[in-house]
Design a protein around this ligand. Sequence first.
Ligand SMILES: *Cc1c(COP(=O)(O)O)cnc(C)c1O
Length: 421
Amino acid sequence: MTDFKNSLVFANELDQQDELSNFRTKFYIPKDKDGNELIYLCGNSLGLQPKSTRDYINQELEDWKNLGVEGHLHAKHPWMPYHEFLTDKMARVVGALPSEVVVMNSLTANLHFMMVSFYKPTKDRFKILIEYSPFPSDIYAVKSQIEFHGYDPETALIQMQPKPGTDIVGIEQYQEIIEEHGDSIALVMIGGVNYYTGQLYPMKSMTKLAHDKGIKVGFDLAHAAGNIKMDLHDVGCDFAIWCSYKYLNSGPGSLSGCFVHERHGEKFTGPRFAGWWGQDKATRFQMGPEFHPIPGAEGWQLSNPPILSMAAIMASLDIFDEASMDKLTAKSRKLTAYTEFLINEIQSENILLITPSDPDQRGCQLSLRVLGSDKSLFEKITNAGVIADWREPDVIRIAPTPLYNSFKDVFHFSEILKHEL
Ligand SMILES: *Cc1c(COP(=O)(O)O)cnc(C)c1O
């Protein structure tokens, strides 16, 4: 968009045209010690607290107080099926069928449980292909699975490489690896949006290329869920996992979402680690020794879930339903494009945007490489009231999130950045 202007008046105009602008008032915006609102650009790391969350959690505390164990059946939102109340809403966020989605466990735990079912290495096909610059937890999980099966990460782990001189991985690079190693790769496990660069990968084409070679595909959507509009069912990957505390604003350490494609859900016969919450609901409380899994993603559940955390997810997903991923995405594209425009206006040689400028290859996050400096620029903008985050060795990540960030926020951010540069 070339008709942007670098002025506070223009930023205010964009806020006035923004039909989602009042969603900001549904959130607590952190303040500095003088009571001024901070410029919070860290929703990619921990989303802000909706003002409604407290009421949703209090409802469960009240029911627990008044009903004790009876709350499992008689709470306003009975705890026994509580996770089911989240399913449709979560399925809308990621574009899946309700039977393909369940909220359970935490993210890395789900990654392991999914690999138990979908990484089944053999002598000839045992490799895992991961993205460039993966999130450390993912790489630890993947390596430990490889070792658990008796293989060596030295030979079994392949990491994609970016185009020379950039941080961006093209589909060509991916395709080359699939062509060269396809017959020996068992699993492709990639972050849908890379946490470091903010690049959104072409998940559907990647899945197709891998499936054509008989490779299973899983996506870690920690940085995609609630950030970009997806159609996971149509993407066709075998599984996906994501957390709810980043763009999904459900509180620190809150539960993870898990997707298992319909084609595996109905009659899955492969390996899985089972628990009683995955047991057929009609017979679960007969407490028998035989495991008969619930069809669909729910069959992977292990434990009865933490209701207080799920109440926070419910509060958040109700806001997503009200806003809709379509409107959020439309605002997000404009807000991030405006942020990019303002950063480019600074024309400093000391910062470099490493996130793709193509809006189809990113969500809201922009990653700024700081050149010829250390962490001090980041510390200066922090002291000036910007909450962003720093990723070693040299990247500042900012995520203008469409639910609660304004055009004015990013304008002020750019003024602070310019000043501190
Ligand atoms: C945030 C994040 C994690 C964190 O995992 P937890 O199990 O929730 O602590 C893992 N992987 C990716 C890609 C992430 O972005």
